[in-house]
Design a protein around this ligand. Structure first.
Ligand code: GLY
Length: 347
């Protein structure tokens, strides 16, 4: 498990220096953006980092493809990487997911380390060992469960992120609170401007700990880990529907919207009190006040949710809430319940 393998700031520099100075060949996987903005920061603290071979991908989701994986494997082979080599992923979700996948099969698995450079990657993608690339236009279709040896979290790497990235990642933090920790929810509610979250490192750490604890109980995503899907069944369908219509929405906004719908479903099922539903609705809309961002066609949404479900199992398996801080997995929701819940978000 990744327990005790997450290091923060000064401790992370110490551990990273140890890795850089050991005998194995080091390769840094980054993208054009993190090469420009994050590597200089890391090498100013650890000058020997420049000994590592740098492999850079174009920035963005388009790099999370088979061709990029082949590019990295090819480079690793040409640079004589062996089974003792270490891959250091310096980037957001795309770099961490792709780098983890590349590492998981190269020479039947080499050591890799995640150095997430976005808040979203720090609280989600870099943690838990789900690696993947997109395939045939579908996200995360090819991948593996393969844990990083270490995750290094540097607060300063977040300083240059645009405001919308904080807002997007904050939805995942709210999700962690809603599924696992009411006290944490109370603490997050005090954050008025999501950009100021970087001044509250302990809240970022708490989010990471919640995810870590869940993953430790169910690495292969059979049971407990499904709690992390709260807001995502509907959120992913919203994202896909809007994308189809060439409308942009931040991932976190779609998840926030998905959480509103799924909180209403939880209320319809009698799991969530009216008071908790009102509170969740008010808090989430307080951050994502422009939700719902666009009109959504309910029929298309339901079709997308069904497609998603079919890929996983025949039954509906939506994660709902039993209260603030407590999730319940594998819930079956009818079309009419989903329609009602979606309409609730337009009120
Ligand atoms: N992002 C959800 C998970 O890691 O299971």
């Amino acid at each position: 498990m990744v327990e005790n393998s997450i290091f923060y700031n000064e401790d992370a520099f110490g551990k990273l220096s140890e890795i850089i100075d050991n005998e194995s060949e080091k390769f840094i996987l980054c993208d054009t953006q993190t090469k420009k903005y994050c590597l200089p920061y890391l090498s100013s603290k650890i000058p020997t980092l420049t000994k590592a071979t740098i492999l850079s991908l174009p920035k963005g989701e388009n790099s999370k493809e088979w061709e990029s994986a082949i590019y990295v494997w090819d480079k690793l082979l040409k640079k004589n990487a062996d089974k003792h080599s270490i891959l250091l992923n310096v980037g957001g979700g795309v770099v961490c997911d792709l780098g983890g996948f590349v590492a998981s099969v190269f020479k039947r698995g080499i050591t890799y380390v995640n150095i997430p450079t976005s808040l979203m990657a720090q609280v989600d993608a870099a943690i838990g060992g789900k690696t993947a690339i997109n395939f045939n236009g579908i996200k995360n279709q090819i991948g593996s469960f393969y844990l990083p040896q270490y995750v290094f979290i540097f607060n300063d790497l977040l300083l240059s992120l645009p405001k919308k990235h904080y807002l997007s990642a904050f939805a995942e933090m709210l999700k962690h609170a809603l599924i696992a920790d009411k006290k944490y929810w109370e603490a997050l509610k005090q954050i008025k401007n999501t950009k100021t979250i970087i001044n509250h490192q302990h809240l970022i750490q708490q989010s990471i700990n919640i995810k870590e604890n869940i993953v430790a109980q169910d690495f292969k995503d059979c049971k407990e880990r499904k709690k992390l899907n709260f807001g995502h069944t509907i959120g992913h369908a919203i994202e896909a529907e809007l994308l189809k219509n060439r409308k942009n929405i931040l991932h976190g906004e779609a998840i926030a919207w998905g959480m509103l719908v799924e909180a209403h479903l939880s209320w319809q099922k009698g799991f969530l009190s009216s008071q908790d539903l009102e509170e969740i609705n008010a808090v989430i809309r307080g951050y994502y006040y422009s939700l719902p961002t666009y009109y959504i066609n309910e029929n298309n949404l339901i079709k997308l949710i069904k497609n998603d479900k079919k890929r996983i199992s025949n039954n509906s398996n939506i994660t709902l809430l039993k209260g603030i801080g407590c999730a319940i997995i594998n819930q079956n929701c009818s079309d009419s319940e989903i329609r009602k819940a979606v309409r609730f978000t337009f009120q």
